[in-house]
Design a protein around this ligand. Structure first.
Ligand SMILES: Cc1ncc(C[n+]2csc(CCOP(=O)(O)OP(=O)(O)O)c2C)c(N)n1
Length: 632
C-alpha cells in the first residue's frame, strides 16, 4: 500500500517518518496529475505546493490550528491529506467536492474562498478571536505572490503587522499569478529571491535553529529574541515585510519538504506576526515539456502522460475569444481605445489585444478596484478604456464604479465575461449579480448581446458614446454563431430592443444569451397554438420605451428571462416601470432564485433553475393556463 492510501486524516501524516515524506510528495504529485487529467482543475497551482502543504500538515495541528489558504485553488494536496483522498476523483463534478476550500466541506477548511486576497484579513480575524477568547493555537496564512498584488492583502498585513498578535504568514512565491506576475511587488520579490544573501541567510537560519534545538526548554523566549535580532540584521531582503511589522524568514526552498518542516517548526516557536518566504515552481512535475505557463494554471481534462489537452474545442468561438478579437480589431479604428485586465489576460481574451497592441494594454494585477479607478483616470484624459473583468471579480470594484466612474459620468466600458451561471468553479465564481448591481449605478448603461455579432455592435455603440459608463455582459460559453469581422458590424442603435418574433398576449423578454432558449421555447409553444412575442432586451438599462409602449398595448403578460438573480434584476426593474405605465400587465421574472449554486456544468445549472427552452416553455404554458382560468 502506498503512503497516501494510508492517510485518512492529518494525524496519519505525522506518523510517516520524515525521511519518507519526499516519497509521499511524489505519490501526491502523481495522484494530482492523474485525477485532474479527467476532472480538469487548478493543476499548476496545486502541483507547486505539494511539499508546502505536506509540511504544514506535518508541523501544525489543524483543526485546532487554523490554516487559511488564499483563493483555495492551490489546496488540492490539503484536500488529499485531510480525509478527501477517496472523494478526490469527484473534484469539481456535480455533487462532488469543490475545487476550492469550503467550511461546509471539511473542518480543516477554516475559511471559504475563491476570490484572491482575502486570507490575510480572515486569518487576522481568527487570531484576534483566539486572543479575545483566551485560546492558544496557531493561525497560518498561505498567500501567493499574485495575491500580493491585491490591495486587500496589504490592508490585512498593515493591520496584523503592528498588532503583535501571533500570526504566521507563508508567502508562496512562484513568480506567477495566472499569467506572469506584474508590478513592483513582483519585481521586489524576484530581487529578494535572487539576492546574494540568499544562501547566507539559509545557512544562518539552519545554524541558529540548531541552537534553538539545544536550548528548548531553557530560556527559549530570550533566545528567540536573539534569533530574531540576528535574523533582522541578516534578512535585509525582507525589509518591506519587516517595516510592515512582520518578521521575515527565508527564502526557503519550497520543494525541499525537510527544509520546509525545519523552517516552519522553528518559526512556530517564535511569537508575533511573522512571514516565511517560500520559493516554489508552479506546475512542478507536470508532464508537458514546455508548459504554457498561463494555460497551466488551470487546465481542462488532459492526457496524464503528455499533459496535452484531450479534446480540441469544436463549434463556434467562445464569447471570450470573440471579445478579444473584436477589441483588437476595433483598436485600429479607435486610436484612443486601451484594454485593461486585472491579472486575467487569457481568461478575458485581452491577451489577443496585448499581442497586437502591447503599449495600449494594461495588466494591473489582481486589483479590480484599482483597474476601475485607473480607467477613470485615463477617461478624464480622453482615452477610451475597455475594462475586461469577470462579472464575479468586478464585485470588488463596486465603490470605484459608482464613486470614480459613474458620478463623474466617465465613458469607461466594462466588459463582464463569465456573467451568469459559471459552471464548475461553483458558488464563489457565479456571475449572477452584475445585472442587479449595475442597474443600481446611476447613469450606467447595462447591456447583454445575444450573439457575437451583437457583442461587436454593442462595443461599437459604447465607443461612439462619450458620456457615462457602459457595461456589456456575456457568459462562459460559446457564442451561438461565428460573428463576421468587426469592420462588417454596425453599432447597435443606443437603447433599442429587437423584436425577434411577433406574437400576441404574452411576450418573452430575454436578456443576452437567454435569447436562444427563449426563441426555442416560443417555437415549442407555437406548435401547441400559443403565439408569443419574443423581444431581445439587449439594453437592460435604459429600456427601449418605444418598443415597451407598443408591447404594453397588446400583451397581458411580459415574461423576462435573465441569467442572473431575480432579486433586483431586470424583471424587477421592468416590473417597477410597467407598474407606472400599465398596472394591469403582469411582469413575471424568470432567473436565478435567491440562493447559492453548487458547481456543475453550466448547462446543468441553467436547467436546475428553468433557464432552458423547456423550462421557459413550461412556465409559458402554466401562465397561459392560469390566465385562461382567470378569464371569465
Ligand atoms: C479577486 C480575484 N480576481 C481574480 C482571480 C482569478 N485568479 C485566481 S488565482 C489567480 C492567481 C493567483 O496568483 P497567486 O496568488 O500567486 O497564486 P498561484 O496561483 O500562483 O498559486 C487569479 C488572478 C481571483 N481568484 N480573485
Amino acid at each position: 500500500m502506498g503512503l497516501l492510501e494510508g492517510i485518512k486524516d492529518l494525524p496519519d501524516v505525522k506518523q510517516i517518518p520524515r525521511d519518507r515524506l519526499p516519497e509521499l510528495c511524489e505519490e501526491i504529485r502523481q495522484r494530482l496529475i492523474d485525477v485532474v487529467s479527467s476532472t480538469g482543475g487548478h493543476i499548476g497551482a496545486s502541483l507547486g505546493v505539494v511539499e508546502l502543504a505536506t509540511a504544514i500538515a506535518y508541523v501544525f495541528d489543524s483543526p485546532r490550528d487554523k490554516v487559511v489558504w488564499d483563493v483555495g485553488h492551490q489546496a488540492y494536496t490539503w484536500k488529499l491529506l485531510t480525509g478527501r483522498n477517496d472523494r478526490f476523483p469527484t473534484l469539481r463534478q456535480a455533487g462532488g467536492i469543490s475545487g476550492f476550500l469550503r467550511r461546509d466541506e471539511s473542518p480543516h477548511d477554516h475559511f471559504g474562498a475563491g476570490h484572491a486576497g482575502t486570507a490575510m484579513s480572515a486569518a487576522y480575524g481568527m487570531a484576534a478571536a483566539r486572543d479575545l477568547k483566551g485560546e492558544h493555537h496557531d493561525v497560518v496564512v498561505v498567500v501567493g505572490d499574485g495575491a500580493m498584488t491585491c490591495g486587500l492583502s496589504y490592508e490585512g498585513m498593515n493591520n496584523a503587522g503592528h498588532s503583535n498578535r501571533d500570526l504566521i504568514v507563508i508567502l508562496n512565491d512562484n513568480g506567477m499569478s495566472i499569467a506572469p506576475n506584474v508590478g513592483a511587488i513582483s519585481r521586489y520579490l524576484a530581487n529578494v529571491a535572487t539576492n546574494p544573501l540568499y544562501n547566507r541567510v539559509r545557512e544562518e537560519l539552519k545554524r541558529l535553529t540548531h541552537r534553538v534545538d539545544a536550548m528548548v526548554g531553557h530560556g527559549v523566549q530570550d533566545f528567540a529574541r536573539r534569533v530574531e535580532e540576528s535574523l533582522k540584521n541578516l534578512v535585509l531582503p525582507g525589509v518591506l515585510f519587516q517595516e510592515l511589522g512582520l518578521r521575515y524568514f527565508g527564502p526557503v526552498d519550497g520543494h525541499d519538504v525537510g527544509d520546509l518542516i525545519e523552517a516552519l517548526e522553528k518559526v512556530r516557536q517564535l511569537k508575533g506576526p511573522r512571514l516565511v518566504h517560500v520559493l516554489t515552481q508552479k506546475g512542478k512535475g507536470f508532464p508537458l515539456e514546455e508548459p504554457d505557463l498561463e494555460k497551466f494554471h488551470a487546465r481542462p481534462p488532459y492526457d496524464p502522460a503528455t499533459g496535452e489537452l484531450r479534446t480540441a474545442g469544436s463549434g463556434p468561438s467562445a464569447w471570450t475569444k470573440v471579445f478579444g478579437e473584436a477589441i483588437t480589431q476595433l483598436a485600429a479604428e479607435y486610436p484612443s481605445l486601451v484594454a485593461i485586465t486585472a491579472a486575467m489576460p487569457s481568461g478575458t481574451g485581452t491577451n489577443i489585444f496585448q499581442k497586437k497592441w502591447p503599449e495600449r494594454f494594461f495588466d494591473v494585477g489582481i486589483a479590480e478596484g484599482h483597474a476601475t479607478t485607473f480607467a477613470a483616470g485615463l477617461a478624464t484624459q480622453g482615452i477610451r478604456p475597455v475594462v475586461a473583468i469577470y462579472s464575479t471579480f468586478l464585485q470588488r470594484a463596486y465603490d470605484n464604479i459608482i464613486h470614480d466612474v459613474a458620478i463623474q459620468k466617465l465613458p469607461v466600458i466594462f466588459c463582464l465575461d463569465r456573467a451568469g451561471m459559471v459552471g464548475d468553479d461553483g458558488q464563489t465564481h457565479m456571475g449572477l449579480y452584475d445585472i442587479a448591481y449595475m442597474l443600481a449605478v446611476p447613469g450606467m448603461t447595462v447591456t447583454a448581446p445575444r450573439d457575437g455579432a451583437e457583442l461587436i455592435g454593442l462595443l461599437r455603440c459604447a465607443l461612439e458614446r462619450t458620456e457615462g459608463p457602459f457595461a456589456i455582459r456575456y457568459p462562459r460559453d460559446k457564442t451561438p454563431t461565428e460573428p463576421p469581422p468587426a469592420a462588417a458590424v454596425a453599432a447597435v442603435p443606443y437603447g433599442t430592443w429587437e423584436i425577434l418574433r411577433q406574437g400576441k398576449g404574452c411576450a418573452i423578454l430575454p436578456v443576452g444569451a437567454m435569447c436562444a432558449p427563449a426563441m426555442a421555447a416560443a417555437s415549442a409553444v407555437a406548435a401547441e397554438g400559443l403565439d408569443v412575442t419574443v423581444v431581445n432586451c439587449r439594453f437592460v438599462k435604459p429600456v427601449d420605451r418605444e418598443t415597451l409602449d407598443a408591447l404594453l398595448k397588446d400583451h397581458r403578460i411580459l415574461v423576462t428571462v435573465e441569467d442572473g438573480v431575480v432579486t433586483n434584476g431586470f424583471g424587477a426593474y421592468l416590473a417597477a416601470i410597467v407598474q407606472t405605465l400599465a398596472p394591469e400587465v403582469r411582469v413575471i421574472a424568470l432567473g436565478a432564485p435567491d440562493r447559492t449554486f453548487e458547481h456543475a456544468p453550466r448547462a446543468k445549472q441553467l436547467e436546475s433553475v428553468g433557464l432552458t427552452a423547456d423550462g421557459i416553455a413550461s412556465r409559458i404554458r402554466a401562465l397561459h393556463a392560469e390566465e385562461a382560468a382567470l378569464s371569465p
